[in-house]
Design a protein around this ligand. Sequence first.
Ligand SMILES: NC(=O)c1ccc[n+]([C@@H]2O[C@H](COP(=O)([O-])OP(=O)(O)OC[C@H]3O[C@@H](n4cnc5c(N)ncnc54)[C@H](OP(=O)(O)O)[C@@H]3O)[C@@H](O)[C@H]2O)c1
Length: 265
Amino acid sequence: MKTDTVRQGGNVVTEKLDRKVALVTGGSRGIGAQVVRDLVDQGYLVFSVSRRPVGADDPLLRETGTSARFIVGDVTRKEDLDRVFEQIRETAGRLDVLVNNAGIMHGGGVETLSAEQWEETVAVNLNAPYRLIRRMLPLLKLSPGASIINMSSIGALAPGSSIAYSVSKAGLDMMTKYLAAELGSLGIRVNAVNPGLVDTKFHVHNHVLTEPEYEAFMEDAARGYPLGLGTERDVADLVLFLISDRARWITGSIHVIDGGRLVRR
Ligand SMILES: NC(=O)c1ccc[n+]([C@@H]2O[C@H](COP(=O)([O-])OP(=O)(O)OC[C@H]3O[C@@H](n4cnc5c(N)ncnc54)[C@H](OP(=O)(O)O)[C@@H]3O)[C@@H](O)[C@H]2O)c1
């Protein structure tokens, strides 16, 4: 059986790797961090990649312990994806779950959003998932019943506040369908999760809104949600269901989770 060597307070601890292995991009905060927590709770060994390190005093580190490995890297950089691949290959030898969660937004339509902002958005939200899936495919093929989740948005289904964001997420939805058809015979399922507004301060992190603007924006937006705004917990629950055996016949599907936002009258 493959073993996994980790360091805890200077001591080398070797654990048996008979548990499942997941990679979550952008697992350092927000929706991705909740998915990491839940996977750890379910016994997974979880790798996560984000540009900034998780702070030493971040409760996420305490909550996940040695079951989560936070790697500093940028999903748009080939050498960083190669590094993540090598780390998972050496430690685990296979990958059971890949959650393409890292995402960014620049606000605006064709008259305000620059070509550079368009390219950066597409690079993170669309090109990086493609490159990462291609890179991880050899490890996913070694898992019996591997599953890929692409974190999309309701912005993929109706124009939102950013042309680049909506188009990149719409592309991610089609990538999901295409890959589900292509990889189904290998036993690899591919699904998209398309949340409505979740209070992660996504717009603040991406400098689309300032903190005070964000508060007002959320209050106003909530009126368009019959069930109110969502939480990271709501979205993570759907991810956990979709990667589970109970969803073994679900692939190529676009799963809207938005408290009724798209169907409101
Ligand atoms: N919040 C919402 O209302 C909402 C609604 C629909 C869909 N979504 C989607 O859900 C996903 C997560 O959103 P969130 O609200 O949790 O956002 P968030 O709190 O801003 O978290 C985004 C995560 O992605 C990471 N990230 C961003 N760019 C990256 C890059 N180039 N390389 C590696 N990691 C990168 C961030 O870490 P670093 O900055 O340190 O890299 C962070 O961990 C996104 O794909 C978003 O489009 C969110």
